[in-house]
Design a protein around this ligand. Structure first.
Ligand SMILES: [Zn+2]
Length: 72
C-alpha cells in the first residue's frame, strides 16, 4: 500500500502540487521515489529488494505528510 496515493500509473509531479504544505524536500523525494520503483520483476531498481523497499516506503510517507495525509 502507499500512503501518498501515488503509483506508477499516477506518479508524483516533479514540482509540488498546490496543496503541498511542505515544499522544500518535494523534489528530492520525487527523485528518490522514481529511483526506487520496482522493475518488471518486482525488484527495486535502485537497491534490488523485492517489492516496495524501505526507501520507497519512507519517501512515500514523506510525500503523504507533505500533502497533509495521515500516515498511521
Ligand atoms: Zn530501493
Amino acid at each position: 500500500m502507499t500512503y501518498s496515493g501515488y503509483s506508477r500509473k499516477q506518479p508524483p509531479p516533479m514540482d509540488p502540487p498546490p496543496q503541498a504544505r511542505v515544499r522544500t524536500y518535494w523534489r528530492g523525494c520525487v527523485q528518490l521515489w522514481q529511483a526506487h520503483q520496482p522493475d518488471a520483476n518486482g525488484r527495486c531498481a535502485a537497491c534490488g529488494r523485492q517489492g516496495a523497499c524501505p526507501t520507497l516506503t519512507a519517501v512515500d510517507a514523506l510525500l503523504a505528510d507533505a500533502l497533509g495525509k495521515a500516515t498511521d
